[in-house]
Write a protein that binds this ligand. Structure first.
Ligand SMILES: *[C@@H]1O[C@H](CO)[C@@H](O)[C@H](O)[C@H]1NC(C)=O
Length: 210
């Protein structure tokens, strides 16, 4: 094959692979969501605002049981994230605030403290515990699926930004899963070894019944 033929072949291959590449797949939020994300909005309907979310500049409302707020920039808020394997959230922790132990089944997380000080940690599948007080500018990674938590360690409010390796990492908080639904108390007691009074107290606190 001559050099010219080789070049032509390469440019054909390149243009073919270019044609196959999709720049983005902005989520059609009205359509179904599958494990690989949403279907794509027609490009003619896509606007710059599909790639922008301004909510992370606004402090979340921490007047609640956990004295904390999680403001998400997941695909539902930022449809341009669809298919890209990334997302963000903002954590606001008032004094005494806590993000109770939870997991994101769909993605790993990396946190950076913007203000204050946060005691953060996770528990491995081998039940080893990794936790530390993080100060402004410190980052910590929480591997996908593992149980983890954040507790405000400052006297004032603390703020962190977290990013995820998924546009829909999901969020399951253990206390709400155990005590915030209608799983019968007797079963909760059997699977947690807690006594009836403690389970009833937590169900009342977290909105559970049964
Ligand atoms: C924050 O949430 C509380 C409890 O739901 C509510 O009473 C309060 O009005 C909210 N504050 C703001 C500024 O939205």
């Amino acid at each position: 094959m001559s050099i010219l033929q080789t070049l032509i072949l390469f440019s054909l291959l390149l243009s073919a692979s270019h044609a196959a590449v999709q720049d983005f797949c902005v989520a059609d939020l009205m359509g179904p969501q599958s494990p690989s994300g949403y279907l794509c909005k027609k490009e003619s309907a896509v606007t710059v605002n599909d790639f922008i979310f301004s909510g992370l500049g606004v402090p979340g409302n921490t007047t609640n049981l956990i004295k904390a707020a999680v403001t998400t920039a997941f695909v539902g808020q930022l449809p341009g994230l669809n298919g890209l394997g990334i997302s963000l959230a903002r954590l606001d922790l008032a004094p005494g605030g806590v993000i109770p132990i939870h997991t994101h089944p769909g993605g790993s997380e990396v946190l950076i403290v913007l203000q204050g000080s946060i005691c953060a940690g996770f528990i491995s599948s081998a039940n080893n515990v990794y936790f530390k007080n993080l100060n402004k500018g410190d980052s910590m990674v929480f591997p996908q699926g593992l149980l983890h938590f954040q507790v405000n360690a400052a006297k004032g409010p603390s703020i962190a930004i977290v990013s995820f390796s998924s546009p829909s990492p999901g969020l399951q908080i253990v206390d709400f899963a155990l005590f915030g639904n209608n799983l019968p108390s007797a079963l909760v007691e059997a699977i947690t070894f807690l006594d009836d009074a403690q389970v009833k107290k937590l169900k009342a606190l977290l909105g559970g019944t049964g």
